[in-house]
Design a protein around this ligand. Structure first.
Ligand code: 2P0
Length: 352
């Protein structure tokens, strides 16, 4: 009896131009394009195994060892259903010999090696790994951009984790969402000096989920309309050019400005949403001061902070500055945990 099983893993991505707002909540179509960097090391990943077997009674999923309900019309069910449809249409319809895996229930087990829902983009790596594991199980010839359309329907930011390096999620314009997908802006090898330091300010579960928070922002924030129409299109072009030219100063300026505006639209929401805390703001002050000195000396910034839907900081910087940045962070925010890796695209700090 053949065993049909595959394992895949996907890393977290951290946005420089933030996704915040949906124009279609069912299909997960965003109100603006976004752009992120996929972290390339082993510490922040989801690893997922999928197995299809005719003896299974129904589709089931375990997250970090605990079973999660697959709700009938929920995001998990949508992703699994869509992947089975592609298997049917692209593989089984064309090859009568291919096993009818699309008719078998699947069991899926997924593990995150970092805290879930702490604003560290666990849904991004989770749905990207889920879609990748099913694509491997079903032996689909689909490209990462094609798979990103399915991962997007699990969690918007997940579509960007189908690629490594620098990735844009183009918002698209079609009502069915087929052109709302991830594309590679540049591979990691284009700019290997770019590193990221993750400062874990808190690994508690966040207060307001991204899904409900961004919907409230769409419904109540006037500033969001300005952001969508006037600000983001120009910033997407600017940061894409900065990445292609490996211009860290421009990359840093745009990244910090967009983090600030994302938190401004959160604050402009009724009732207001606060994701950063006092430690987050102290990290901003430290990076601003570090850049002020660098700007005075050389006219160029040396680091960029960005914050997602939680208090944790991500600091992007060229590798050559990281040792200095880590020693500053350690001096001002005594560590609970040692840094695991200073020179990969990753480092963990127990800040605060
Ligand atoms: C981002 N975030 O671009 C932005 C910045 C949080 C702040 O994508 O409802 O978990 O599942 O599509 O993808 C968080 O939103 O929301 C997010 P859903 P998701 O990374």
């Amino acid at each position: 009896m053949a065993i049909y099983q595959a394992t895949a893993s996907a890393p977290v991505n951290i946005a420089c131009i933030k996704y915040w707002g949906k124009r279609d909540t069912k299909l997960i179509l965003p109100t603006n394009s976004s752009l992120s960097v996929t972290l390339d090391q082993d510490h922040l990943r989801s690893t997922t195994t999928a197995r299809a077997d005719p003896s299974f009674e129904r589709d089931r999923l375990w997250l970090n060892g605990t079973e999660e309900e697959i709700k009938d019309v929920g995001r998990l069910a949508t992703c699994i259903k869509e992947m089975k449809r592609i298997r049917r249409e692209v593989v089984e319809a064309k090859d009568p010999q291919a096993p009818k895996l699309s008719t078998f229930p699947v069991h899926i087990a997924s593990h995150n090696n970092f805290p879930t829902a702490a604003g560290l983009a666990s849904s991004a790596s989770g749905f990207a790994a889920l879609v990748s594991a099913l694509a491997a199980l079903y032996e689909l010839p689909s490209s990462p951009s094609e798979l990103s359309v399915i991962a997007r329907q699990g969690s918007g930011s997940a579509c960007r984790s189908l690629f490594g390096g620098f990735v844009a999620w183009e918002m698209g314009s079609a009502a069915d969402g087929h052109d709302s997908l991830a594309v590679e802006v540049a591979p990691q090898s284009h700019w290997p000096e770019m590193h990221a330091l993750i400062c874990v300010v808190s690994d508690d579960k966040k207060g307001t989920s991204s899904t409900s928070g961004m919907q409230r922002t769409v419904e109540t924030s006037a500033l969001l309309q300005h952001r969508i129409k006037e600000v983001v299109p120009a910033r997407m072009a600017e940061i894409t050019a900065a990445i292609k030219a490996r211009d860290f100063d421009a990359f840093a300026r745009v990244t910090m400005a967009d983090s600030n505006q994302f938190h401004a639209v959160a604050l402009d929401t009724e009732p207001p949403i606060f994701y950063m805390n006092d430690v987050s703001r102290a990290i901003i002050a430290l990076v601003v001061e570090y850049n002020r000195v660098a700007l005075e000396k050389t006219g160029k910034r040396k680091a960029a902070y960005t914050f997602d839907a939680g208090p944790n900081a991500v600091i992007y910087a060229p590798a050559e500055n990281m040792r200095e940045i880590v020693s500053l962070i350690v001096r001002y925010f005594p560590q609970k945990d040692a840094f695991k890796d200073v020179f990969g695209l990753f480092g963990v700090a127990g800040v605060g």
